[in-house]
Design a protein around this ligand. Sequence first.
Ligand SMILES: [Zn+2]
Length: 427
Amino acid sequence: MSAAGGPSLLMRAAELGRGLVSYPSLERAQWLSPERVQALQWQRLQQTIEQAAAHSPLYRQRFAALGIQPRDIRSLDDFRKLPITTREDLRAPDGLLADNFPRNQLRESMTSGSTGRRTTSYFDERAWVHAKYLVKLRARRACGLQPWHKVALFQEDGGTALEAPAGKRTHTFSIHRPIAEILPGAQRFAAEAYYGFPGYFVRLAEAAQGSLRPRMIFTSGELLDPFTRRAIEDGFKAPVFDVYGCTEVKEVAWECPAHAGHHLNADWILFEVDPPGDAGKVLLTPLYNRAMPLLRYQVGDTGMLLSERCPCGRGLPLIRPTLGRSVDYLQLPDGNMLPPYTLTCAVEAVEGMRQYQFVQTEPRRIELRIVPGADFGAESEAALRNALAPVLPGVDVGIELVPTIAAEPSGKYRIVKTLVEAPGPAR
Ligand SMILES: [Zn+2]
């Protein structure tokens, strides 16, 4: 927290108490029919629009400019005519902050800045309890996490201690320390659940050689391709559940044990794809944060809404998020923008790679860097070239075997990245 202060302890305790009382209805909502989830969503969307138009200067202005009132928005189609909120708008948070919440009682959350300048999002205390605890609790419980399970977080910040203090159930290990240093402490802590970036877990599993036995692994923050998922699951002999979220909205969607897609928290978030249809830019409207309403926020990811229902029976719809942060799209010589997912799918079936990374070094050249396994041979290379030729027309593909693949300064791995300046989809 900054000098702003944030809510008092009493306020925090009161909201947490209120949140826990309301939790059973959140738990039940995931099993409602899709129609009832939609009805809930629509009701909350109307409240969110009203709050934004009445109390947030930016939206008040936009509604005035359009000459409309919240009551003129009678359907999702009407809602989709509202302008998009961009990251640029977030750089001037005063325009977004609702005037009926004192700023010194808000919680703050800052983006890491790995994809540009940092931005800060603000949450009222109820929204914070909802987003940071209750929504996550629902999703983790669905995957089998129990209150008595120990949780190890492998992340950028928040911890340098190599050893978890006695009696603690949650511990953070810094991903910026060498794995050999944190391994003994992680072994002794013996957490049931792990949280972290997929690329990091590939390396951790490899270094651990079976000495770490989590029961479940939650990943987020990077594109999780099927190849990486398999490497983590094989390495730890435990299932991977991917979670999709962002600093501004917090958790958006999560995998249940059926792994049919990511369940959107649709009772509390409106997810749109722009342009409507298949894959497109993700627009999010969180329906719980009254302190800083966001309508149609373009978060910088791409994704798609799936039409299938999950076999688990939950009414929360399925999405496929993060076909790639749009900066990871590659512009091909023919002008097409290639989603990273296309590349990872193309090489998925090829055996013998322990880790890999596609780097577009020039407009017509892509280097595939591979950390080879023992069974990587000439036929693997031929299989890769065959798989890539159809998706990379006119591109010269170089295959390079390397001992390791370095993470970005943020600690994240980029499976597909480009060094070529391209206009790319707007962020
Ligand atoms: Zn499901």
